[in-house]
Design a protein around this ligand. Structure first.
Ligand code: ADE
Length: 249
């Protein structure tokens, strides 16, 4: 197995490259790929940058140029439902591109010529990610996130969810927009800007993948402020410990 680990932002991957054994850096297509061993796993870490095209391009490069056999995307997301709170963790079971609309030629949300609206993540990787997130919450959370930070975000007993993530080239910061999405996409748990693009690329290339997201904001009018604050403080520690637990398996 060779694992490609993608995040959109530096803060979502901080610490991972430092934790790599004997990494070397290769720059390709405006991205830096770090190749090495991460807790005994052959891994390639890269920042995709933000959005669906950036994520799809990075995924294809990881597969075609770096020969990865599995892909893991880690990062933050907006809550897609009132039951999901800041600090909770969402493991994707399926992903949809919520800005895809080729109707009336194709049904709403269907990616033309794939016949699919929802792309399934790899069942085994989703299970492993849920286990890793569970171990993070049980074993690492209390030490990794100090009480002051927990108070800022009202992180009382973060929970793990598994289900639907929706992606688009849109930062959702409007309660009405979110309510409309939630109504149109039953079971929606989180909104972000890359996961479903990675999902489509992996589906078309036949590569198993998983997506795990920590909730940074409520995708409402406060989303931008909440997102910035979360990314600048605890996001990196969530990501680092979750990936570590995943690799230690
Ligand atoms: N990533 C984190 N928060 C988000 C939001 N509200 N919309 C889209 N992507 C996000």
């Amino acid at each position: 197995m060779r694992l490609g680990i993608i995040s959109a932002l530096h803060e979502e991957q901080q610490g991972l490259v430092e934790a790599m054994e004997g990494p070397y850096k290769l720059t390709h297509g405006m991205r830096e790929y770090f190749v090495g061993r991460l807790w005994e796993i052959d891994a390639v870490c890269v920042l995709s940058r933000i959005g669906k095209v950036a994520a799809a391009l990075t995924t294809a490069t990881l597969v075609e140029k770096f020969g990865v056999t599995h892909i893991l995307f880690t990062g933050v997301a907006g809550a897609g439902d009132a039951s999901v709170r800041v600090g909770d963790i969402v493991v994707a079971e399926s992903l949809v591109q919520h800005d895809m609309d080729a109707s009336p030629l194709f049904p709403r949300y269907e990616v033309p010529l794939t016949g699919l609206t929802h792309f399934l993540s790899d069942h085994h990787m989703a299970l492993q990610l849920a286990d890793a997130a569970h171990r993070f919450l049980e074993d690492d959370f209390a030490l990794a996130v100090d009480p002051g930070e927990r108070a800022v975000f009202a992180l009382s007993g973060p929970r793990l969810h598994r289900g639907l993530i929706a992606s688009a080239d849109q930062f959702v910061s409007d309660k009405d927009r979110l309510d409309a999405l939630n109504g149109a996409l039953p079971g929606l748990l989180a909104v972000e800007m890359e996961g479903a693009a990675v999902a489509q690329a992996c589906f078309e290339l036949g590569i198993p993948f998983g997506v795990i997201r920590t909730i940074s904001d409520n995708a409402n009018e406060h989303a931008a402020t909440d997102f910035m604050r979360f990314v600048k403080s605890v996001a990196a520690r969530y990501a680092f410990h979750i990936v570590r637990q995943f690799c230690l398996g």
